[in-house]
Design a protein around this ligand. Structure first.
Ligand SMILES: C[S@@+](CC[C@H](N)C(=O)[O-])C[C@H]1O[C@@H](n2cnc3c(N)ncnc32)[C@H](O)[C@@H]1O
Length: 443
């Protein structure tokens, strides 16, 4: 490599997706925890590989859809560590989009950037297109030095310290991707931290991760509104130990003024009056009201007792993803762009089986997302375990059977890309109950 070698260089060659990199020690790709910077080297968390794969696919979609304009795309991988995310964008996007990319990686850790640039020199994008440069320093300062179409924030812990400056740096129409690993706060189990950081409460139930995504979107939207911008969520995913929301951010004073239209509350075990209010606000499908649903959403203007343990919020009550973006994330496309092909004599010393395992990880990273696109703005996200307890039925109905039968009734329904067996649907509560009771009679 040119310039000064970082401590531990050259380490070993590792692969994620189609991209090769040097790391101090080979991570276990099936591990669910981060690899720290032991004895020099570079931070790499294999548990985030799915998030990086989705980032490649989302950037490709955003470029194809025109939301980033039709010229050069300035992208910033703001807390880049070893730069793998940015290098995967450059290497795995189709050549016609990769050539439009002008990417900066930045980090406080100059050694991490040396590892990144060393890997980039040794394993440049296969098609030879796109630009990569690095910048050492505090992201909060660096980000304001240049306007960007795409900003990625992937911190240890909460992204809040970086949001304000990142949003200000975005072009009139840009995309921000934000990860958070302060999971105890976001899922409500660390109540004080949740209230201090996000000004919200989350009920610690099976939907806590869904609520956490919505709290993060609410934070992003309020932050954007302060800078005369509005957000349109593209993809919101909870994955093992972290959450990630990706949103288009547009300059629009009108949109910023309307920020509260998409904020509100999630109510567990709502009263009759709360369900009626939810239906009247267009947040719940109309039905007979002969039995009450497990949850409903309410607008911010609805008076709630914030200390009521049934209430989560304020949180985002609109759709948490974009139909176009999500439906573009097919398993076929993920494999076509990101899965490596076995050719033998491999630089990372991978066997054919290693390649097959990576292909499976790539497929897993987008599982259900394409189908979920049709229901991502639906009122009901139903965990089948919760449903069986709520209805007093023997065992949880199969989510796949629920989805199939609801579709037969003419509703939209899909399995959810979520950590617990669940589905989303625009069906009304009467039909959900009828299908569940048909599958598992009450005991
Ligand atoms: C979770 S790691 C990033 C992982 C990386 N995005 C990936 O996909 O492998 C967070 C990084 O943020 C860097 N960092 C922390 N505070 C920072 C700051 N204020 N400005 C710039 N970088 C910072 C750390 O050095 C660390 O490398």
């Amino acid at each position: 490599m040119r310039g000064e070698e970082p401590e531990g260089w050259p380490g070993v060659i590792h692969r994620e997706g189609r991209t090769l990199m040097r790391v101090s020690e080979r991570p276990d790709s099936e591990r669910s925890g981060p690899v720290s910077r032991r004895s020099g080297g570079v931070f790499l968390n294999p548990a985030m590989s799915g998030s990086r794969t989705r980032s490649v696919l989302l950037l490709d979609y955003a470029m194809e859809s025109g939301m980033l304009g039709d010229g050069a795309v300035y992208a910033l991988d703001g807390l880049s560590a070893g730069g793998l995310r940015a290098r995967r964008w450059l290497n795995e996007l189709p050549v016609e989009n990769a050539r439009r990319l002008d990417v900066t990686i930045s980090d406080l850790d100059s050694d991490a950037l040396s590892w990144a640039m060393g890997s980039h020199l040794e394993f440049p994008p296969m098609h030879g297109e796109g630009e990569l440069s690095s910048s050492v320093g505090d992201l909060r300062k660096l980000v304001l030095s240049h306007g960007r179409h795409w900003v990625d924030i992937d911190p240890f812990g909460s992204p809040l310290p970086f949001l304000d400056s990142a949003i200000q740096s975005l072009a009139r129409s840009g995309v921000i991707e934000v990860s958070a690993t302060d999971t105890a706060a976001l899922t409500g189990s660390s109540r004080g931290a949740m209230l201090r950081r996000y000004g919200a409460r989350v009920r610690t139930d099976g939907l806590a991760h869904d609520s956490a995504l919505r709290v993060m979107l609410a934070s992003l939207a309020s932050n954007a509104a302060r800078h005369d911008r509005c957000i349109e969520p593209l993809l919101s995913i909870w994955d093992s130990h972290h959450l990630r929301v990706s949103a288009r951010v547009r300059k629009s004073r009108e949109g910023a003024n309307a920020v509260e239209d998409n904020l509100g509350w999630r109510v567990h075990s709502p009263t009759y009056e709360e369900v009626v209010a939810s239906i009247e606000s267009g947040l719940h499908p109309n039905y007979s009201l002969s039995s009450l649903p497990m949850t409903c959403l309410l607008p911010l203007s609805h008076p709630v007792e914030r200390r009521d343990a049934r209430i989560s919020g304020p949180l985002w009550i609109g759709g948490i993803g974009d139909r176009g973006a999500m439906s573009s994330m097919t398993e076929e496309k993920a494999v076509r762009l990101c899965a490596p092909e076995f050719v033998g004599g491999d630089l990372a010393e991978w066997t054919e089986r290693d390649f097959e395992m990576e292909r499976r990880r790539i497929v897993r990273s987008v599982r259900n997302i394409e189908d979920e696109a049709t229901v991502i703005d639906s009122a009901h996200h139903i965990l089948v375990d919760d449903l069986s307890s709520w209805l007093g039925i023997g065992s949880p109905p199969s989510p796949a059977s629920m989805v199939g039968l609801l579709k037969e009734m003419g509703h939209n329904a899909s399995l959810a890309h979520y950590g617990k067996p669940s589905f989303r649907t625009n069906a009304n509560w009467d039909d959900i109950v009828e299908v569940a009771l048909g599958l598992q009679p009450p005991i």
